[in-house]
Design a protein around this ligand. Structure first.
Ligand SMILES: [Fe+2]
Ligand SMILES: [Fe+2]
Length: 256
């Protein structure tokens, strides 16, 4: 899709209601406590990533000759990540957890991004999308109820983010020499390998609880990268609204 299409997509998607567990919901009887703990531990770390990335929207504004549709799409893209953050915050609170302020893996990527220019920062965020799609898809596939439903919805939006990034770079690199294209692809693959490595190292308790091997996660991420670059799409977990789960919907325009 081009910039105008993506702008329309993000504008439309900005109006979707936010998920909020029903009052009184405090866990899932059909999910083991150890699994709930592992899910909460992972979601707390993802919360930090979802609520960051604000500066890239301001940076996009300052990029010379960047189409206004891309600039506004990036602003809405960041706002969508912040909505994920609010949804994780509510789910974590319902599970009896609070949201953390800092974690080394998020700090590593945040400091890495700050040291980079706009384009490389976008590549770093794109790499995080690969891991995000797979993590939320795993929740959808392995955890029933509200956690799995949130996984399905957020995975669907993270897949769109990854495709948005691909289309953005496709257009930005149109007319670029083959060296610049190869360097950009190599940077994306390198950063993605770091992001996947960090995920499998740091989220072992979740993978163990879900019975998914580190190798399987790496394989899924590789397949996701191949798919997005080849413009394919894997269909999974795209149903909306989620059926048979207990959520209420809240105003989507509150800020964190
Ligand atoms: Fe997100
Ligand atoms: Fe995303």
């Amino acid at each position: 899709m081009n910039a105008a299409h993506w702008h329309r997509y993000f504008e439309r998607n900005a109006s979707r209601a936010e998920l909020s567990p029903l009052p009184g919901w405090s866990g899932q009887e059909d999910v083991a406590d150890a699994t709930l703990e592992a899910v909460a531990r992972t979601l707390a770390r993802f919360y930090l990533g979802e609520t960051g990335e604000g500066t890239v929207a301001a940076q996009a504004k300052a990029v010379a000759n960047l189409d206004a549709h891309w600039v506004d799409s990036i602003r809405l893209y960041v706002a969508e990540e912040h909505r994920h953050g609010r949804e994780l915050d509510r789910l974590l609170r319902a599970l009896g957890h609070t949201t953390p302020q800092h974690h080394w893996s998020e700090a590593l990527f945040r400091h890495g991004r700050r040291a980079l220019g706009f384009r490389t920062k976008m590549l770093t965020i794109a790499a995080a999308e690969v891991v995000g799609v797979e993590m939320y898809s795993l929740l959808h596939e392995h955890v029933p109820g509200p956690i799995g439903a949130l996984g399905a919805l957020v995975a669907r939006e993270e897949r769109a983010h990854l495709e948005f990034q691909r289309d953005f770079f496709d257009e930005q690199l149109r007319g670029a020499g083959s060296l610049e294209r190869v360097v950009t692809l190599a940077a994306f693959l390198g950063i993605t390998a770091c992001a996947v490595g960090t995920f499998v190292l740091d989220h072992g308790p979740l993978l163990d609880a879900l019975g998914v091997s580190r190798a399987r996660v790496a394989e899924r991420c590789l397949s996701r990268v191949h798919e997005v670059l080849a413009r394919g799409s894997r269909s999974e977990g795209t149903s909306w609204p989620p059926r048979g789960v207990h959520y209420e919907y809240v105003d989507s325009h509150r800020s964190l």
